[in-house]
Design a protein around this ligand. Structure first.
Ligand SMILES: [Zn+2]
Length: 373
């Protein structure tokens, strides 16, 4: 709509209808007609649907790569980080389409997009965010060093053009022992997940985001703590203001942001957080060491990635998760308590673990392993 129409529409919406004709003597019809003629919005929706298809297509590719790549391998780090990022982008597009059309959008089945391709545009955006495809400033090309953080517990590996990734080990767990972790909350599903894990005698770690700790978020993490879980630090946001991993912040900035999140958790739950997990597993050696020495937060990665962002079907997710746990026999399991499919699969999983001889062990085992106790 043009400026004049917009002004008129705004004025109309600001003035109570009954007093409108008396004050302005404006006819209603022209405004209504002009507003309805806002065709660019429909074009935008079509463009958005096309973009959704483009990103969804790439998500499929990265999901498949993540499934077949060992956790911690360069291919895995690239695919899992990219997939998580793309899922968040796609959810944003989906809610914009829903708002514009009033209906949930589904890609036409069997379309070219549905088969999975990664476009130049998607690769460029991912490279801008993560730097997987071009050498980052200060990097040594072909650098694949590993820097031990705690022997036998975790280390940082430099993968895909020097992106530092937290590799977790679980040698301190016995066969059949599992640690459950949920990232990116708190959200609308958090209390349900928390209560179900309590019910299943599965004390878990919830790695939360400071930006979600308004009044409702504080009540949610308070419930987590009351249910016997550990509330831990993930980040303030899931990335920097420009959507990049925390490696784009200085160590000082990272520590000060996380310190604020830790303080909020302490105030809301009455307990100091004990763990930190970097979003995407991407963090510098310096920052990770400072986060422990200054904030006393033990780093926690994962050894089983359910890839719960990759499917919306809880049955598929549950089956995949069970098969991953059976294959490894134990591990630190990564899920997200913000996805409906994760909520449903986690509730089934906790019953399956108990029925199949697995034991969900206390997160304290991580602290002991890190400290070498
Ligand atoms: Zn996360």
């Amino acid at each position: 709509m043009n400026k004049k129409t917009f002004a008129l529409a705004s004025i109309v919406s600001l003035i109570p209808f009954l007093s409108l004709s008396a004050q302005l003597n404006l006819p209603m019809a022209p405004a209504a007609v002009e507003v309805a003629a806002a065709n660019p919005a429909a074009d935008d929706t079509e463009a958005l649907k096309a973009e959704y298809g483009e990103f969804y297509s790439a998500l499929k590719v990265f999901s498949n790569v993540a499934y077949v790549s060992p956790v911690g391998s360069p291919e895995y780090v690239e695919a899992a980080a990219s997939g998580q990022y793309l899922r968040a982008r796609i959810e944003g597009m989906a809610s914009r389409i829903l708002r514009a059309t009033g209906a949930e959008y589904r890609l036409p089945a069997g379309s070219e997009r549905d088969r999975g391709t990664v476009s130049y545009k998607v690769v460029s955006e991912l490279n801008d965010v993560f730097g997987f495809y071009s050498v980052l400033p200060g990097a040594r090309e072909g650098d694949t060093r590993g820097v031990p953080i705690k022997a036998g517990y975790c280390q940082i590996n430099f993968v895909k053009n020097n992106v530092p990734f937290l590799v977790q080990y679980d040698g301190f767990l016995n066969k059949g022992e599992v640690i459950l972790t949920f990232d990116d909350g708190p959200g609308a599903l958090t209390e349900e997940v928390s209560a179900a894990m309590k019910e299943g005698k599965a004390p878990s770690i919830f790695f939360v985001l400071g930006r979600s700790l308004g009044d409702a978020g504080k009540a949610r993490i308070k419930a987590e703590a009351a249910d016997g879980h550990s509330v831990a630090v993930h980040g303030y946001g899931h990335a920097t203001e420009s959507d990049k991993p925390f490696t784009n912040y200085s160590t000082e900035k990272t520590v000060s942001q996380l310190s604020g999140v830790a303080k909020t958790i302490t105030e809301a739950t009455g307990a100091k957080p004990g763990f930190f997990r970097p979003p995407y597993g991407i963090i510098s050696v310096d920052a990770l060491n400072a986060i422990y020495s200054e904030l006393n937060l033990v780093p926690v990665g994962w050894t089983i990635d359910t890839l719960d962002w990759s499917t919306k079907d809880p049955d598929t997710l549950f089956a995949n998760t069970v098969s991953m746990i059976q294959k490894r026999g134990k591990g630190i399991v990564l899920m997200h308590d913000i996805h409906p499919q994760s909520r449903t699969a986690a509730k089934r999983l906790v019953g399956w673990l108990a029925a199949n001889g697995y034991k969900v062990v206390s997160p304290e085992r991580l602290t002991k392993a890190y400290k070498g106790e």
